[in-house]
Design a protein around this ligand. Structure first.
Ligand code: SAH
Ligand code: SF4
Ligand code: F3S
Length: 471
C-alpha cells in the first residue's frame, strides 16, 4: 500500500527524473482475455487523454471495452478534484457501483485520476468504500496492468498512490477517441500554486516531454491522417523551461507547425509567461489556430493578488490587446471564478467591466469552491453563497451577450470547418471553425467525417452557428 501525502505534494523542489520506455510484462500480457472494462472520465482534457492511455493499458492485459458500465467486468473512474461538484459526481457514481456490486460480487471497481491523489479521499475509501478494488494516482498510471493483476490475484484492496511525480514514461499505448483529432501531452504538472487550485498537488511539478518525443508523435499522427492536434499541459507556456536553455513553446509551436498538420491548438496558457515570441509564431503560421484560451479568473488586481495569479488587471489587458492586434481574427476565451474569499461587490464589478472590455468569444465561469489543503481554504470568506450565485448569474448574462455579439459578426462569412459528425437535426453536419466555434450546417452532398470544408454562415446563436456548405 502506498498512500498520498499532501505535505510532500506541496513541496516545490524540482526533482531529477528520467525518461523511461513503457513495457508490459510478458507474464500478464493478454492474461485477462475475455474480460471487459468501462472507463468513466471526469475533468479536463488531460484526464480525457489519460483515459485514452488507460484504455490501451487495459487492452494490453486482454480486456476489451464495454459501452454499458452495468455490463462491464471492471468499472474504472478517472476522477477530477477541481471543484466540489466533480467530487460529488465521482462519489455518487461509487454509490451506484456499490449496488451493482451487491448484485454482481465479482465486479471490479477502480478509482484513479486527481481525486486519488487527495489524502482525504483515500482515507474515505479505506474507511467507507471497502468494495473499491484498487486505487492508483496520476503519477503511476503506467503501473495499472500490475496493480489490477495484484488486485485480482490477491483478492484484496490495492491502494497505490505516489505523492510526487516519478519518471516520465514514454511509449504508453493509446486508444484515441477520435480518428482525426488528437491530444498530445507536452508538459505535465504545474508549479504556479494559485491559492485556490488543487492541480499542483494532484499533478506534481512541471515536467516537459522532450521535443523529439513530441514531434515524433505529431509526425505519426500526420502519417495516420490526423487533421488536428491539441498540445496539452496545465500551463503550456512553461514548456521547455525545465529541460532547455533555448527552446520554448514558441519554438515547439513552430516545429509542430512545420509538420504540416492542418490544425494546431494548445491549452492551457497562463497569462504570466505568454511571450511576444509566442504571439508572433501564432500569427505567422496559418495552421496554428487563432484561438487562445487565456484564463483571467478575476478583473480585480486585489483579488488576483489573493489568488496568487502573478499578473494584474492592467498587465493582463496589455497582453490581451497585444494578441488582438498581432493575431488576425484571434478568438480569446477565458475562465472566471466569482466569490473568491475577499471579493466584494466593487471587485466583482471590475470583473464585469473587464468582460465588457474583452468581449470574450467563450468563457467558463465558476463559483469558488474550497479545496482541502490549498492556501485559499484559510482565507476569510464573508460572502454568502446566495450572493455568489447572484454574481455568477450576472456575470453569465454579460458573457453570453458577447458570445452572441461575436457570433453575429460571422454571419455571411465563409469559414473552414473540420467535419466532426452528423448532428441530431436531420441531414445536418456539425464541426468546428478555426476559432473553435461549433457550426451546424447543411450540405447538398455527402461529406467525409474528418475533412475540412468551407461553410457559409447563415445564422448565429449564443452557443453555435448555422451554415451551409459553400460551393
Ligand atoms: N491550468 C489552467 C486551469 C485548470 S483548472 C489555468 O491555469 O488556466 C480550470 C479552471 O477551473 C481554472 O481556470 C479556474 O477558473 C477553475 N478553478 C480551479 N480551481 C477552482 C476552485 N477551487 N474553485 C472554482 N474554480 C476553480
Ligand atoms: Fe491551477 Fe494555477 Fe496551475 Fe492553472 S496555473 S493549474 S489554476 S495552479
Ligand atoms: Fe480536474 Fe485534475 Fe484536470 S483536478 S481539471 S482532472 S488536472
Amino acid at each position: 500500500m502506498r498512500l498520498p501525502d499532501f505535505k510532500e505534494a506541496r513541496t516545490r523542489d524540482i526533482r531529477d527524473y528520467k525518461t523511461v520506455e513503457f513495457k508490459v510484462e510478458d507474464s500478464i500480457k493478454d492474461k485477462y482475455k475475455g474480460m471487459t472494462f468501462h472507463v468513466k472520465t471526469y475533468g479536463c482534457q488531460m484526464n480525457e487523454h489519460d483515459s485514452e492511455n488507460i484504455k490501451a493499458l487495459l487492452k494490453t492485459i486482454g480486456f476489451t471495452e464495454e459501452e454499458n458500465y452495468e455490463k462491464a467486468d471492471l468499472v474504472l473512474l478517472n476522477t477530477c478534484s477541481i471543484r466540489e461538484n466533480a467530487h460529488n459526481k465521482a462519489f455518487g457514481m461509487l454509490g451506484r457501483l456499490k449496488h451493482l456490486k451487491e448484485e454482481r460480487p465479482e465486479l471490479l471497481i477502480g478509482l484513479c485520476g486527481c481525486m486519488a491523489q487527495e489524502v482525504s479521499v483515500v482515507e474515505e475509501i479505506l474507511k467507507d468504500y471497502k468494495f473499491v478494488n484498487f486505487v492508483f494516482g496520476t503519477h503511476n498510471m503506467h503501473e495499472l496492468p500490475n496493480i489490477i493483476d495484484k488486485a485480482i490475484v490477491e483478492n484484496k484492496q490495492q491502494i497505490e498512490v505516489l505523492s510526487r511525480e516519478s519518471d516520465l514514461v514514454e511509449g504508453l499505448p493509446v486508444v484515441r477517441a477520435n480518428n482525426y483529432k488528437a491530444y498530445v501531452n507536452i508538459i505535465y504538472g504545474c508549479n504556479k500554486f494559485c491559492t485556490y487550485c488543487i492541480v499542483p498537488y494532484t499533478r506534481g511539478r512541471e515536467r516537459s516531454r522532450k521535443k523529439e518525443d513530441i514531434l515524433k508523435e505529431v509526425e505519426e499522427l500526420v502519417r495516420d491522417g490526423y487533421k488536428e492536434v491539441t498540445l496539452l499541459g496545465q500551463n503550456v507556456n512553461a514548456y521547455g523551461k525545465d529541460l532547455y536553455d533555448d527552446y520554448n513553446l514558441a519554438n515547439l509551436l513552430e516545429d509542430v507547425a512545420k509538420t504540416n498538420i492542418p490544425r494546431i491548438r494548445f491549452t492551457t496558457s497562463h497569462p504570466w509567461d505568454f511571450t511576444d515570441e509566442m504571439i508572433e509564431v501564432i500569427a505567422k503560421y496559418p495552421n496554428i489556430m487563432s484561438h487562445v484560451h487565456l484564463p483571467v479568473q478575476s478583473g480585480s488586481s486585489k483579488v488576483l493578488k489573493l489568488m496568487g495569479r502573478r499578473y494584474t488587471r492592467e498587465s493582463y489587458l496589455e497582453l490581451f490587446d497585444k494578441m488582438k492586434k498581432t493575431i488576425p481574427g484571434v478568438a480569446i476565451s477565458t475562465d472566471i471564478i466569482v466569490g473568491f474569499p475577499g471579493e466584494d461587490e466593487e471587485d466583482f464589478k471590475e470583473t464585469l467591466s473587464l468582460v465588457e472590455y474583452c468581449k470574450y468569444d467563450n468563457a467558463f465561469t465558476f463559483i469558488f469552491s474550497t479545496r482541502k489543503g490549498t492556501p485559499a481554504e484559510k482565507l476569510e470568506d464573508n460572502t454568502p453563497l446566495k450572493e455568489k450565485e447572484d454574481r455568477l448569474q450576472r456575470l453569465n448574462e454579460v458573457v453570453n451577450k458577447y458570445f452572441l455579439e461575436n457570433n453575429k459578426k460571422l454571419e455571411g462569412e465563409v469559414l473552414p470547418v473540420l467535419v466532426e459528425g452528423i448532428s441530431s437535426k436531420k441531414g445536418m453536419y456539425y464541426g468546428y471553425s478555426e476559432t473553435n466555434k461549433l457550426i451546424n450546417f447543411s450540405s447538398n452532398k455527402d461529406l467525409e467525417i474528418g475533412s475540412i470544408v468551407p461553410v457559409k454562415i447563415t445564422a448565429s446563436k449564443t452557443w453555435s452557428l448555422d451554415g451551409e456548405l459553400d460551393g
